[in-house]
Design a protein around this ligand. Structure first.
Ligand code: SAM
Length: 329
């Protein structure tokens, strides 16, 4: 390691090595689960973007091998200090782990190799559930970051959309969804979108997630899609299939305007724009009188005519424009 390299062997790295987790990320799921009681009553879970498998390991040890993992991230094996023997494992627990990469097997975990943004992967997961539904879908997916923040946020959003598509198709009513996201300017839109199908939505950054990283996690609790919502139609957003939204009806059509309201190519109501747009250099700005002047309020019959008021506004001179840096020519 060169002198200037950042030492990544932090406390969670060391704990992961000591406790036998495949990656320090295990602590992120443990801390999220502790904060939001994510494992309560859960027997069926999907781990998206799972390799090398520390989240699947947590799910396997907690749901399948029935071990206790405390809030500090320390595995106490079981409350009596003895690991439950295989005959006490919960054979009803089903955990499906998906990643582009293969990973070493884990007890009670069915592995699928695939791309979570592909419809075929969603179908594969549904088949593996044999008609069952999941209680929990988690996704720790991350693309290879390019360093171009906007680009990274976009690619991460595509992963999140793929994960949401799968979650909506496999989650039972009341189920929960957790996914990695990057903190960015338009994050509030994500909350609004998820709130249409989950009761509670929040962002959370576990203490094991490095401060220097823009990663955080969106935690969406209590899946409760509106009546008539057809999650298979979300494939339209994945850019596959018909590539248009004409076939959508009822509540499914209602969801779309909500989502496209996040289109960022238009004006931003919070920004300031010059009266002359760069692409309209010939346009000449002309002042337009207000339809109803502020001094002539409609609800007062005898409000004075502004023309009669002894108030003279100074004329806007080129000097004002220069002095106050006004956006007029
Ligand atoms: N949660 C994992 C753990 O605890 O070991 C770590 C996940 S790692 C940060 C991100 C993973 O996302 C990588 O293994 C990568 O292969 C996977 N990934 C990225 N894009 C994917 C995609 N489109 N489909 C499936 N997996 C993807």
């Amino acid at each position: 390691m060169g002198k200037k390299s950042k030492d990544k062997r932090d406390i969670y790295y060391r704990k992961a090595k000591e406790q036998g987790w495949r990656a320090r990320s295990a602590f992120k799921l443990i801390q999220l689960a502790d904060k939001f009681n994510l494992f309560d009553g859960v027997t069926k879970a999907v781990d998206l973007c799972a390799a090398p498998g520390s989240w699947s390991q947590v799910l396997s040890r907690k749901l399948y091998m029935c071990e206790e993992i405390d809030a500090e991230g320390i595995v106490t094996i079981a409350s009596n200090g003895i690991a439950p023997p295989p005959e006490m494992w919960n054979r009803d627990a089903k955990i499906i782990a998906v990643d582009l990469q293969p990973m070493s097997p884990l007890p009670g975990v069915i592995q699928l190799q695939g791309d979570i943004t592909q419809f075929s992967t969603a179908q594969n997961i549904i088949t593996k559930f044999n008609g069952d539904q999941a209680d929990l879908v988690v996704c720790d997916g991350a693309p290879d970051v390019s360093g171009l923040h906007d680009m990274d946020v976009y690619v991460q959003s595509q992963l999140l959309l793929g994960a949401l598509h799968i979650a909506c198709n496999v989650l039972r009513r009341g189920g929960n969804f957790v996914a990695k996201m990057f903190r960015a300017k338009q994050n509030h839109l994500l909350i609004y979108q998820l709130k249409t199908i989950f009761q509670e939505v929040s962002f959370h950054k576990p203490t094991s997630s490095r401060n220097s990283s823009t990663e955080a996690f969106v935690v969406a609790l209590n899946y409760r899609p509106p009546k008539g919502f057809n999650p298979t139609l979300l494939t339209n957003y994945l850019g596959i299939g018909k590539d248009n939204f004409d076939g959508l009806t009822g509540i499914n059509k209602f969801i779309i305007p909500f989502i496209v309201s996040g289109d960022l190519s238009g004006y931003d109501a919070d920004a300031t724009y010059p009266l002359y747009q760069d692409d309209e250099p010939e346009y000449e700005y002309r002042y337009t009188e207000p339809v109803q002047p502020p001094l002539r309020v409609g609800y007062l019959d005898n409000s004075p005519d502004p023309e009669d008021l002894p108030m003279e506004l100074p004329e806007l001179t080129p000097q004002h424009i220069k002095e106050f840096n006004l956006p007029y020519k």
